[in-house]
Design a protein around this ligand. Sequence first.
Ligand code: FAD
Length: 298
Amino acid sequence: MLDVVIIGGSSAGLSAALVLGRSLRETVVIDDQQPCNRFSHASHGFLTRDGTPPADLLALAREQVRQYPSVAFKTATALHVEKSGTDFAITSSDGSQLEARIVLLATGLHDELPALAGIDGLWGKSVFHCPYCDGYEVRGKTVAVYGADDTALHQVKLLRNLTANLTLYTGSLWTPTVTQRDQLMRAGVRLVEQPIAALESTDTQIHGIRLADGTVIACDALFIRPKTTQRAPFVRELGCTLNANDLVQVDLRGCTSIDGVYAAGDLASPMRSVVIAVAQGAAAAYGINAELCERDFA
Ligand SMILES: Cc1cc2nc3c(=O)[nH]c(=O)nc-3n(C[C@H](O)[C@H](O)[C@H](O)COP(=O)(O)OP(=O)(O)OC[C@H]3O[C@@H](n4cnc5c(N)ncnc54)[C@H](O)[C@@H]3O)c2cc1C
């Protein structure tokens, strides 16, 4: 019987593993090595590691966690998590089954990109979702925002702070109100309401947006909001309460609505960022270790 199985060995999961290793907790990290930012050249905004390639960040994290002998790694996909009494059985794609007193879900989110012709290969390279992650690199450049509803205005407001050359594309999917139009106009943000025919690019660099009438409008970067869903089916199967945005509801220590199930990182966070996922992983590990200490003491 392990103390903890962590499912997902990226920023949140490895951060938790570090704290649990230092707490002498018998822990296994199951990971199938598909972090959401694997499409990106560089990860920005993590103090001391700003601009490091995502794979290098994780390699360094794994190397540091490996110093702690109570933590083991398994490269596999976790398929099922079953609760029996207070414990858990975790079945993986390699046919193995692990038993643990606590499960930490750090499985992240699945990003569904909008159906724009030509978007394949651009995600994380010149099509982005996060102004904090990639906005600075395109400051002052010609930037586009595309959104299927008025939540795109949030990105417009953030990016307006970084460039004066900004265009909002509605793809003809929604109509800004009179007030929104007036605000966009006063902020100097161009509004294009025609359907988009395709993104034009060379290799992974977008350079234009072709409209239905054939007009091509130049741009250096496009910001979108992918539709996000839970990556791992057992998040739902376990019965964890999800909020309206499909995120797992947790308290400050990562406790979910199910006893013994904790969650950390993107799957439970309205803000997607490596540093926030790392912090949540550490907080969940504090919660897990405290719970196990309390149980054993009792
Ligand atoms: C394109 C892109 C660029 C980004 N750029 C930045 C940036 O510059 N700076 C920044 O701070 N943030 C950036 N982010 C956000 C950042 O990547 C995430 O907030 C962070 O990776 C979340 O960490 P996580 O551990 O919660 O999830 P993830 O990093 O997505 O990791 C989830 C892990 O769980 C594993 N997994 C999932 N299901 C299973 C299963 N059933 N069995 C086994 N393993 C499983 C996956 O393989 C993966 O390793 C970016 C995101 C994207 C999409």
